[in-house]
Unconditional design. Structure first.
Length: 764
């Protein structure tokens, strides 16, 4: 075949009309010294460590413009890699405006787009035809299901979607089927995963298809097995530019290193302090080893921040300095110091949401736009409390990068189960759950149920009750449907004896729905399980399931005007690259942030990535950052006490104020104070709801000043002292660590708590 590279335009072409040509090099005039140094360093390898808000996009586009404007290379001799198509389109527009002419022929796009373009040129060498199909996730899973069936692998026990995730992880690491023995996931289907991977690849070739992971993997095979192909591209691309280098995976890293290994004219722009996607294959080590991979590399640090105030930057820098795996830089600004980062305690998640809601309303009254306010959460289940609160007070909001809580797949499924249990004649809900998880009740089994329901004028559930007493269905389907009907009756009967949250939790477990997500290996599965636990916990706020279902209907019916200003709610991962005037950071508690799953799975590396995530969250704020943590969380179906995140103690203390405006202090008798200080007065108090013991909202009681009942003495406790906690009762302090106490309670066992939520035993 012909390996000659033609000068065809890249995947993204420039606009038809271009602005007038810019005077020579004037595009460099607006850069600060470090930015200009990075743009003009055109010889040899270059690493640009671009801190948050330091103008990395401007540097990257100006450097590309400078290469083209100075004649160092023609557009077709430059390869520029971005992580999104949107970023690629924006970069082309900026470069053309800077140099005043078209850059048609430029190889600029995402890793996958460029790899696909290369693979189509050399498809035959990879055993494919140039018109190969790129499969999406659903097509991959469907093909894997066929292979599992052919190999007599029980798909219920070993889901095809799980195998799909495992295979894609291997491909992201550049591993072909002959190299995965002993790799993570190889034990799938009792060790048959490598053979299934090999069969999958053969099947893909047979149908002339690839998946997204194949695009880079086939490129690596081409480059390593066909030296002439690699040489052609090495000679063609005189300059390589890479954006967001800290987010590259192993396959992308190997691909870039092969292309740059002769001329070393590679410029990578990234921030090791913002590497937060390890869970999807990103390797922070790629950026940390750059100087070893390319000896003599120049490193330029962009540390001047144009986004945030001084206190926000100082707090964030103090936090990230605790990471050992970083190249090191310190953000600074010539702007004002601004407001100090605020730190507030709340009694629980609902109190946390109330405090945030009140502060947002106050900002709104001062003329602040809701569009410039964001709430950044570590886990998606946290959004529920804020959504509920904002709906109550009429504060418009949007959930960015995800669905509203009750719109999420797992919540819709769980609510459908609840609807059938509480209201058996709900046909839509019955159809949703009858074969979820799969019970062998497909379309053929449902057809007679629908026919009987129509002819007898009854609901699908009532028709199913009748059919299980006949021989209309196949024995296997009749048996599965009978078990479902019996379980629904059992759960419905249990409502008369047990609290409804407990029954729902049991229903999700016994139906197999919880287990379905426990077996799912996708990155989203842990979050889905957390959302289900949050749903079960939320049920305790309602008198019964009917009241809950009515509430859900009202929530789902409330749609905001897309054109109106709204508060932004999103996860910390989804906030990267965005910025807002005001940022709220709730849930800074051990186990939630840093997230326990990250610590369990990745140990110290997981902790450092969680700390980078906290750094990203703080640096999204331009003018205000408000961190909150709660003393109690309703999780896993019960109240659990929480201690502040270790990240709280790592913030630069001179830039943080521990505000009393949202402080909540424990008091005996199940009471707590909401807002202290001037103007707030005593807020409403709620007695504690323990587990599922109360089926209605706890009564609202007037505040009793703490001082009248024996005040807490933060920071004044010692080991051996007897104390009282309103939930756990009496106990003895085992150890003291700052404001954290380890207490052996007489009845509740050993707990870690905050000193401000206890009192001397003799004062009660």
């Amino acid at each position: 075949m012909n390996d000659t590279l033609d000068p065809a335009p890249g995947p993204l072409a420039g606009p038809d009309t271009l602005p007038a040509a810019a005077p020579a090099h004037t595009y460099l005039d607006g850069l600060n010294p470090e930015q200009r140094e990075a743009a003009e360093a055109l010889d040899g390898p270059l690493l640009v460590l671009a801190g948050a808000g330091t103008g990395k996009t401007r540097v990257l586009t100006t450097r590309l413009a400078h290469i083209l404007a100075t004649g160092r290379a023609r557009p077709g001799e430059v390869l520029a890699v971005t992580f999104t198509n949107k970023a690629a389109r924006e970069m082309i527009g900026r470069v053309e405006r800077l140099i005043g002419r078209s850059v048609a022929g430029l190889w600029l796009g995402t890793f996958h787009a460029i790899a696909a373009r290369i693979l189509r040129r050399h498809a035959e060498l990879a055993g494919l035809r140039p018109d190969f199909t790129i499969l999406d996730t659903d097509d991959q899973v469907r093909l894997l299901k066929q292979l599992l069936q052919a190999a007599n692998v029980d798909e219920k026990r070993w889901p095809a979607r799980t195998l799909s995730v495992i295979v894609q992880r291997w491909k992201d690491r550049g591993l072909t089927a002959d190299k995965v023995a002993g790799a993570d996931g190889a034990d799938y289907a009792n060790g048959r995963a490598p053979a299934l991977y090999a069969a999958y690849q053969e099947r893909l070739r047979a149908v002339n298809a690839v998946d997204f992971g194949d695009l880079l993997l086939h490129n690596l095979t081409l480059f390593t097995r066909h030296g002439d192909v690699l040489t052609n591209y090495q000679e063609r691309f005189r300059y390589l530019l890479v954006d967001e280098y800290q987010d590259t995976n192993v396959a992308q890293y190997l691909w870039l290193r092969l292309l740059a290994q002769t001329h070393h004219s590679i410029c990578c722009v990234g921030d090791d302090d913002q590497s937060i996607y390890g869970w999807r294959g990103a390797e922070v080590g790629n950026i940390l080893r750059f100087e070893k991979d390319f000896p003599g590399a120049k490193v330029v640090r962009l540390e001047r921040n144009y986004r945030s105030t001084g206190h926000i930057l100082a707090a964030a820098s103090g936090l990230i300095a605790h990471n050992a795996g970083r190249l090191g830089k310190t953000l600074w600004t010539e702007g004002e110091a601004g407001e100090m980062v605020r730190l507030s305690e709340a009694w629980d998640g609902e109190e946390e949401a109330r405090v945030v809601g009140e502060e947002i309303e106050a900002l709104q009254h001062k003329g602040e736009s809701l569009d410039e306010i964001a709430i950044l959460v570590r886990a998606s289940f946290q959004t529920r409390a804020f959504e509920e609160r904002f709906l109550t007070i009429g504060l418009p909001y949007r959930v960015i990068g995800g669905l509203r809580f009750y719109e999420r797949q797992e919540i819709r499924d769980a609510v459908a189960y609840i609807r059938v249990m509480a209201r058996p004649d709900d046909d839509l809900a019955f159809e949703r759950i009858v074969n979820l998880p799969k019970r062998g009740l497909g379309e053929a089994s449902l057809r007679p149920i629908h026919q009987l329901a129509r002819s007898a004028g009854v609901s699908l559930y009532r028709a199913a009750e009748r059919l299980i007493e006949t021989d209309e269905l196949r024995p296997q389907a009749r048996s599965a449907l009978s078990r479902l009907i019996e379980r629904l009756r059992s759960w419905r009967g249990a409502l008369a004896e047990a609290p409804h949250p407990e029954v729902v939790a049991r229903m999700l477990d016994e139906s197999g729905y919880t287990e379905m997500w426990q077996k799912d290996r996708s990155p989203q599965a842990p979050g889905r399980l957390e959302n289900l636990r949050e749903l079960v916990g939320a049920l305790a706020e309602f008198e019964d399931l009917g009241a809950f279902l009515d509430h859900v209907s009202l929530v789902m019916d409330r749609e905001g005007d897309a054109s109106e200003a709204m508060v932004n709610i999103m996860t910390l991962h989804g906030a990267k690259g965005l910025e807002f005037d005001t940022v709220f950071l709730p849930g800074w508690e051990e186990g939630l942030f840093p997230h326990q799953l990250a610590l369990d799975e990745a140990g110290h590396a997981g902790l450092e990535e969680e700390r980078r995530l906290a750094y990203v969250g703080l640096t999204r704020a331009r003018r205000r950052a408000h961190i909150l943590f709660a003393a109690n969380r309703h999780r896993y179906g019960q109240w659990v006490s929480a201690i502040p995140s270790r990240f709280v103690g790592e913030l630069a203390p001179e830039s943080v104020t521990r505000t009393e405006g949202a402080m909540v202090r424990a008091a005996p008798g199940g009471l707590y104070l909401g807002r202290g200080g001037g103007g707030g007065g005593a807020r409403r108090l709620m007695t504690e709801r323990a587990g599922y013991g109360s089926r209605a909202r706890a009564p609202v009681i007037d505040a009793v000043p703490v001082a009248t009942r024996g005040a807490a003495k933060p920071g004044g406790y010692a080991a051996g002292e007897r104390i009282f906690h309103q939930k756990f009762g009496y106990g003895e302090i085992r150890s003291v660590d700052g404001d954290k106490l380890e207490v052996a309670f007489d009845k509740a066992g050993t707990k870690k708590i905050i000193d401000r939520f206890v009192q001397p035993a003799d004062s009660v």
